[in-house]
Structures are given as structure tokens and as C-alpha cells.
Design a protein around this ligand. Structure first.
Ligand code: NAP
Length: 426
């Protein structure tokens, strides 16, 4: 039996699905010893710090991740950062293959005047803040105004808008970060605009997410019926309307026709609104949009940009257009591969990473030679380095879920590296 050693960097969905694909490729002739390296003390990536707290079903995929982790040939090395605690070159030397699943964490910028005004923030800050990502424990957002504008027409924009537009008590039974929950309870935001630069037929929302909106009990959601009719006409004039577009337009029509209950909180979709400038003296006061009917000004107190993400580059890898330069997941002719958003850019749902991982692992397998047997990550870490291994993580996980159970939540998350390490400490 030959055993290969594979290091995976990044314990999000792409990392776990890569480990799973390798486990599935084990047979009576070969097996894979997998070391999963993660910068934070907690694994699960976007399942923990991206998925909206009011969408808990999406997070059940974590059960799959924990099953992968239960394999005796799997080891977790969390609280270990590439570039800080060890170098990529050291991994390349020691492992038969290295797979980079480091995602894309930086919010894309609009590149318009006023973007850096106070209270003009990115979804790449807002989302991890309400999900208790330790990097955003001290993030400051001012929710004392009445109107928010979210820029972008994708599911992240919708998550951001919904988190602001539901009543905070609806989030009490979720795993929203405690600091965010407190702030959302004090929030004065009543009206949230979601703005798309193109017509409704081009929106990147997916229809299940749209179909959930009329079900909101304490939020009225508005879409202008004319916007849907015009989108339908334009789309039909171009070609046969694609299934997902038809489904989206139908879901939007249901929103347009939904009964409004006169709720204090509301969400408003605006199409063909291209942001031109964010105005304000020192702090956000309005956004100027170009529309088919000329310039439109929307007075607001908060702007959240949700227009996609890019990877933060690191040493030893070439990045291009916001992702790792690669061919079908392989980096040059090396034993280094990439899967997930770092490979293909920020697109697709969590499950997309499963097929992505399988495809890349197939290429990885075809390039394997004799096992190196040159050691592993344990040789690279200082003896006093506090590694969060699978047992340590399980203690954090249990402490969080136990604290949540007591108050009817799935978990209460630790919000800093120190508090997380403390939760799992013996
Ligand atoms: P996305 O789906 O790519 O949407 C980005 C949006 O930003 C698009 O509407 C795009 O409009 C707009 N945009 C880009 N540049 C812009 C600019 N300069 N000015 C104005 N608008 C601009 O990205 P995302 O929302 O970040 O989501 C990332 C991925 O995660 C997606 O695949 C999404 O479905 C997935 N996700 C899924 C869920 C879920 O299943 N519940 C939740 C969250 C995220 P154009 O089309 O005009 O470029």
C-alpha cells in the first residue's frame, strides 16, 4: 500500500471537498494522509463566516465536513497561518501535493468618488462581522440612520439587505455574532435599497433566495412590476429566455404582487441604477445613480458594496485578475493545485466546490509520482505553537453549541482568536 501526503491550505468548503475527493480516490493500492491547514482557530470557512445566520439549512453541509475529518488519515492544523507560521515552499518540499483553497476575501471596489467615506463599507466586512469572524470583532458600523443602500444584485447583496431589513428579534434564535445582534437591536435602519446596474433579467440572485422574501413576516419587499415586464420583453426579444432567468423573473413577479402589511421595515429593489458617486461630507449622505431616466439621488446613511470578491495575494504564488493563476486547477507544472474561489473566482454555491474539487483531484492523481516521505507540517512549527487539532476544534464546537443550547440558538460563537482558543482549552 502506497501512502501519499497531501497538504490542503484553507478549511472552507473547497478544502473539505478536496479532502473528500482524495479519500474517495483511496483504494487497496493507495491512500492519502491529509493535513488540512487553516489560519483561524475554527474550520468551515464560509459555512461559518459567510452563510447568513437566518439560512441555517445551508450550514448542515458541515456534517459532511466533520465526516471527512473523522477519517484516521485526516489531521486538522488550525490556528496555523501560511506566510506567518510556515512557508508554502516548505510544504511543497514535504508533500506529494499541496492544494490551495484560500478563497477570496477582499471585496471588489466600485472605483467611484466617495467610496471611502465613513459608513461606506463592503460586504466583505459586513458579512464576516455579523458572522463573528475574529478579524472583524472591532469593525465599526453606524446603524443610527434610517436608510441603507446595498450596491450589487447577487445573493450576497440580498443577504446584507435582509440582515438589515428583518426585525432584530427574528435573529435572536440564530448564531448571529452577539456584538452584531446587539447593534442590530439598536438599529434605526428602516428602508433598504438593493440596486442593480442592469435590468432584472441580468440579476445574479438565485430564485430560491428571491422566493423566500415574500415570506418575511416583518418586512415589506417592493419590486416595481414595470421593471419585471420590461425585463421580460427585453429578454424575450434577444433569444429564448433561459430557465434560470424565467424562474428569477417569476420569483420577482411574486414579490411585486405580494401583499404589503405596512411593516416599518422594507426592502426595495431598483434596477438599471449604475452608481456614479457616493456623496457626503465626512460620512455617507447619498448615492448618485445613472439611470435610463437620468441621474437619481438616493439619500442614505449607510452604503454596502456587494459586487464580488478577489483573493488577497500571498508569497510563492502568482495571482492574476483576483485569483490564483492556474490551468484547470494546476499551478504551472508543479505539485501545487488550487480549488474553489481562489481557483475560479467568487462564483457558485457551496456545492459547486464539490465538483470543482473532484475535477482538480483527478488531475492531481494523474500527476502523482513516488511518495516523497520527507516529513510534514509538524517539523515546520515552533514547539510552543498552539495548533488547534480536530480534538481541540471539537471542544470549541461543543462549547459554542452548549452555550447556544441554553438560550435556544444553534451556537454562540467566540468572536476573537483568544476567546476561541480559550473555549477549547483544557
Ligand atoms: P455575484 O453573484 O457575482 O453578484 C455580483 C453583483 O455585483 C452582480 O449583480 C454584478 O452586476 C454586480 N456588480 C459587479 N460590479 C459592479 C459594479 N462596478 N457596479 C455595480 N454592480 C456591480 O456575487 P456575490 O453576490 O458576491 O456572490 C458570490 C457567489 O456566492 C455567487 O455565486 C452567489 O450565488 C453565491 N452565494 C450564494 C448564496 C446562497 O445560495 N444563499 C448566498 C451568498 C452567496 P453585473 O452582473 O452587472 O456585473
Amino acid at each position: 500500500m502506497i501512502q501519499y501526503k497531501v497538504a490542503i491550505v484553507g478549511a472552507g468548503p473547497a478544502g473539505y471537498f478536496t479532502a473528500q475527493a482524495l479519500q474517495n480516490a483511496s483504494n487497496h493500492e493507495r491512500s492519502f494522509a491529509i493535513d488540512l491547514i487553516e489560519r483561524l482557530p475554527t474550520p468551515w470557512g464560509l459555512v461559518r463566516s459567510g452563510v447568513a445566520p437566518d439560512h441555517p439549512k445551508i450550514k448542515t453541509v458541515a456534517k459532511v465536513f466533520e465526516k471527512v475529518a473523522a477519517d484516521p488519515n485526516f489531521r486538522l492544523f488550525a490556528n496555523v497561518e501560511l506566510g506567518r507560521d510556515l512557508e508554502l515552499a516548505d510544504l511543497i518540499d514535504r508533500y506529494d501535493a499541496v492544494v490551495l483553497c484560500t478563497g477570496s476575501t477582499k471585496g471588489k471596489k466600485l472605483g467611484i468618488p466617495g467610496e471611502d467615506l465613513a459608513n461606506s463599507i463592503s460586504a466583505a466586512e459586513f458579512v464576516p462581522w455579523y458572522n463573528a469572524h475574529p478579524d472583524f470583532a472591532d469593525f465599526n458600523i453606524d446603524l443610527s440612520g434610517k436608510v441603507a443602500v446595498v450596491i450589487g444584485a447577487g445573493n450576497v447583496a440580498m443577504d446584507c439587505a435582509r440582515m438589515l431589513a428583518v426585525e432584530a428579534h427574528e435573529l435572536d434564535s440564530t448564531d448571529t455574532a452577539e456584538h452584531a445582534l446587539t447593534k442590530l437591536h439598536d438599529s434605526e435602519i428602516k428602508k433598504v435599497f438593493i440596486t442593480a446596474r442592469r435590468g432584472a433579467e441580468h440579476a445574479a440572485f438565485t430564485s430560491p433566495e428571491l422566493r423566500d422574501l415574500p415570506k418575511l413576516e416583518h418586512t415589506d419587499v417592493y419590486i416595481n412590476q414595470d421593471d419585471i415586464d420590461l425585463a421580460q420583453t427585453r429578454a424575450a426579444a434577444e433569444a429564448e429566455i433561459e430557465k434560470h432567468v424565467a424562474s428569477n423573473l417569476e420569483a420577482m413577479r411574486l414579490i411585486a404582487e405580494s401583499t404589503k402589511s405596512g411593516n416599518e421595515k422594507s426592502m426595495h429593489f431598483l434596477f438599471q441604477h449604475t452608481p456614479k458617486e457616493i456623496v457626503g461630507s465626512g460620512k455617507v449622505e447619498a448615492v448618485l445613480f445613472e439611470t435610463p431616466n437620468g441621474e437619481v439621488r438616493i439619500d442614505c446613511d449607510l452604503v454596502i458594496t456587494a459586487i464580488g470578491y478577489e483573493s488577497v495575494p500571498y508569497v510563492g504564488v502568482e495571482f492574476e485578475k483576483g485569483k490564483i493563476k492556474n490551468t484547470d486547477g494546476r499551478i504551472g507544472n508543479s505539485n501545487v493545485y488550487t480549488v474553489g474561489w481562489a481557483k475560479r473566482g467568487p462564483s457558485g454555491v457551496i456545492g459547486t466546490n464539490k465538483s470543482d474539487a473532484s475535477d482538480v483531484v483527478e488531475i492531481l492523481l494523474s500527476n502523482l509520482e513516488h511518495p516523497k516521505n520527507l516529513g510534514d507540517v509538524t517539523q515546520l512549527l515552533n514547539s510552543d505553537h498552539l495548533v488547534v487539532d480536530q480534538n481541540y476544534w471539537q471542544r470549541i464546537n461543543e462549547a459554542e453549541t452548549k452555550a447556544g443550547e441554553a438560550v435556544g440558538k444553534p451556537r454562540i460563537k467566540g468572536t476573537t482568536v483568544a476567546s476561541l482558543l480559550n473555549l477549547g482549552g483544557l
